[in-house]
Ligand binder design. Structure first.
Ligand SMILES: [Zn+2]
Length: 398
């Protein structure tokens, strides 16, 4: 993607250089991909004018490119994958210097586009959205706008992944780790209300946000010999001093995670392209490990495809606390997936990070397990007729 710079304040109209040319190119490529989908994928540019704000000195058009592959049987259930289009150098307001942004975030945009290309000719049960989002480096402006529009429309987004800096497996000390990918997953939800905090303080669950359940699901389906990758879930929202577009979705209460390479080289991120004391600085394409990026894309594919062809995450899941008992009764609302087969109660000791036990309970909306809710964590997940499972829903007391 050789557009010189893709800085948010660079030219919107120059046909070869700047954010406008890059955005138009992505739009054109996604339209070609959509043409292979039999009309099921649509592509739009979603834009608004951002008035002067932090890192935005003048009114600036923010343009996301969004390709939506409509689900065949549960189209209202949505999964989103993004990379960010824009790039930067050392000075975040410098919109004229070359800012190649190969890893940050050409890698994420390339992964997003390849996922769109591969999936466009196939037919997932739920809807998958592939998006290039804008204005990330200036403050997550494009993804914030996108997530707000979804929220205002009542969109049922059950999982979102930001791919941001996913193109290199080599650390700044030269160490290589080409078969690991980090997945950042928050514990206490960004969108938590005071009432929800009070419940969590009372009975726990700080490791059981919907984003943690999503991350556990990704590990289950994508950390294996087929992808050639181990997904390393990191129990925090993002790295120190950093953020990405998943935060925009977390702010709206949607489950969201961020993929990032295992070890970064900070001389290659947010730097003016230059040589100092024989060291090359800058986010150049020569530092991208394309085999690694391909495997990261396979991890995304396994996660998205398993989510979109499995049943939706159970809703309105409650653990009965109307009286003190030494067994545990859970209730939930039956899902609407046409191929829904039933449910499993999962549980684990409170000190375990992963669900360790699963009990099939059939196509019911309540079940009682002969274990004390005081001593373990419970969850509920759906199962379809093909044996696909949903992410787990963690119950609230009720
Ligand atoms: Zn980035």
């Amino acid at each position: 993607m050789s557009f010189g710079t893709r800085h948010t304040a660079s030219s919107q109209t120059d046909p070869v250089r700047g954010i406008g040319a890059a955005t138009n190119w992505i739009y054109g490529e996604l339209q070609k991909i959509a043409a292979t989908s039999g009309g099921r994928m649509t592509v739009e540019i979603q834009s608004y004018i951002q008035q002067p704000a932090s890192r935005i000195p003048v009114p600036t058009e923010i343009k996301n490119v969004i390709a939506t592959l409509r689900g065949s049987s549960s189209p209202d259930r949505i999964y989103v994958v993004t990379g960010h289009i824009d790039s930067r150098v050392t000075d975040v307001l410098n919109f004229t210097a070359d800012a190649p942004g190969a890893d940050d975030d050409g890698s994420g945009v390339a992964a997003m586009m390849e996922l769109a290309r591969v999936m466009a000719t196939r037919s997932p049960e739920a809807t998958i959205v592939f998006a290039g989002v804008a204005g990330e480096e200036q403050g997550l402006y494009g993804s914030a706008h996108m997530a707000q529009i979804y929220k205002a429309a009542g969109a049922d987004i059950q999982g979102m992944f930001s791919n941001d800096i996913v193109g290199s497996s080599t650390a700044d000390d030269g160490a290589k780790d080409p078969h690991h990918i980090r997945l950042f997953a928050e514990g206490v939800p960004t969108s938590e209300t005071p009432a929800q905090a009070s419940t969590r303080q009372s009975v726990g669950g700080e490791g059981d946000s919907s984003s943690r359940q999503l991350a556990r699901f990704v590990t289950d389906v994508a950390s294996n010999g087929v992808t050639g990758m181990t997904v390393e879930v990191i129990y925090r929202r993002d790295r120190y001093l950093r953020g990405s577009d998943h935060i925009s979705f977390l702010q709206q209460g949607y489950p969201a995670n961020r993929f990032t390479e295992p070890n970064e080289n900070f001389a290659h991120e947010h730097q003016d392209t230059r040589v100092e004391n024989g060291v090359q600085f800058g986010d150049l394409i020569e530092f991208v490990d394309f085999d690694f990026l391909g495997r990261v894309t396979q991890v995304n594919a396994a996660a998205l495809w398993s989510l979109a062809n499995g049943p939706g995450t159970p809703k309105s899941v409650v653990i009965d606390t109307t009286q003190l008992t030494n067994d545990s009764t859970l209730r939930w609302a039956r899902g609407t997936d046409p191929d829904l087969a039933g449910y499993e109660i999962v549980w684990r000791p409170c000190t375990e990070p992963e669900w360790t036990m699963a009990i099939p309970v059939g196509d019911v909306t309540t079940a009682t397990i002969d274990l004390s809710k005081d001593n373990v964590f419970f969850g509920v997940r759906a199962v379809d007729r093909d044996g696909h499972r949903s992410p787990v829903a963690f119950p609230v007391p009720g």
